[in-house]
Design a protein. Sequence first.
Length: 455
Amino acid sequence: MRYSLLIFIIGSLSGITFERTYGKAGITDIGYSVWPTADGGYIIGGTTEPGDYFRSYLIKADSVGDTIWSTVSSTYNGIIVSVLQTDDHGYFSLDKNIYSGSFNFQFARYDSSGKNLWRKSYGGDKDEEPHALKATKDGNYIAIGGTKSYGWLNWEVWLVKVDTSGNLLWSRTYWGAKDEIGYDIDLVGDGYIIVGFTNSLGAGDRDVLLIRTDSIGDSLWMRVYGGPDDDIGMAVRATPDGGFIIAGATYSFGAGGYDVYLIKTDSLGDTLWMRTYGGPDWDGGFGLCLSADSCYVVVGETRSYGFGLSDLYLLKVDRDGNLIWEKTYGFADEDRGYEVHLTPDHGFIIVGATRGEHGNDWQVYLLKVDSLGNIGVSESPGYDLPIRIYPNPSSGWLFIDGDGVSSVTLFDVSGRELRRLSVGRRVKLNLPAGIYFLRIETKAGPSHEKILILE
């Protein structure tokens, strides 16, 4: 069941933008991975808890976020952590699944309609923790995470390569005296770049760990970044200049608490620059992609900014790490983003989780934004800058913001004034479904906007 709807057709340059949640009342639903599909839609992977156990959850959405189909695994304790589309328009996923009493890496294959074709699991008698999946240049798949079954007695980085049928080709572990886990991987040259954390090396508690390997997973070099406290790398991408960009969270540097941590390196992993972003509270980066102009876009969570306990946090920086823009999204309670991808219209598709729009249950949260991070923008005559009015249509919440806005008044279709609305924060409307109008007063004069409230 879909709970909220926001669709704007802004124009051919901006493309379609929307904000959606998916799930059922009383059930925890979380989206961890999203992939743009060949038909212009999206495949979403995550987990749902219809009873006492989590199950793998796959959703196929069209170009405006409408559900085409969804499927829930019949096996218990499943979480899709990463999903991709295959060449035949089916899907390949990496799952965290319990097998013989411990968690392991599970690979699953689906056809184009979401029918599960097979599942294959790998791991030992202890826990494994999968995190990311990529298609390789030779048509196979590579996965990264952590293992306690292999290597030393602690958590070790585990790299696993399988073929298109899920058969194991090889695996590698990378370890130290304490814990190491890999969180993301990207293809580079004839090998791979891995990011995660290490407790064994570095100056602080956890430190960012970067590993460069060859095509068969043998380590070429390893680098560690961080300060005296806790630092972790969550996402990595190879950059056009031959280097790498790392996103994560740092407690060693920044404005206070954890902050979004961005590190740019050269081809050998030597630091070119390091930046932090955020405020006095908790902020972190979970996902990363390159924009159409080869800048860097990071998605995560912020407790320093926004309107709830936490909000989904999206920021774009240039190739030197200078902030271009930052945005927050969400509802009244907690919201976070886990993965972001560039879309063909130069916008971005983001998946995560939200709690607070409909009670205390987590819901899958999907956003399609334009190249400036906007979901929907109303550009009324007389405004020097766009006024943000969203969501519109709305399920009951409305946010209005923009430079020079002095007052906003809400009217019904008969012209009866209903109330004044606050500017710069999310407002609960408490209105029946229907059409309403806003009168927006600015220094340049008044403007009127129509909004639609959904049931």
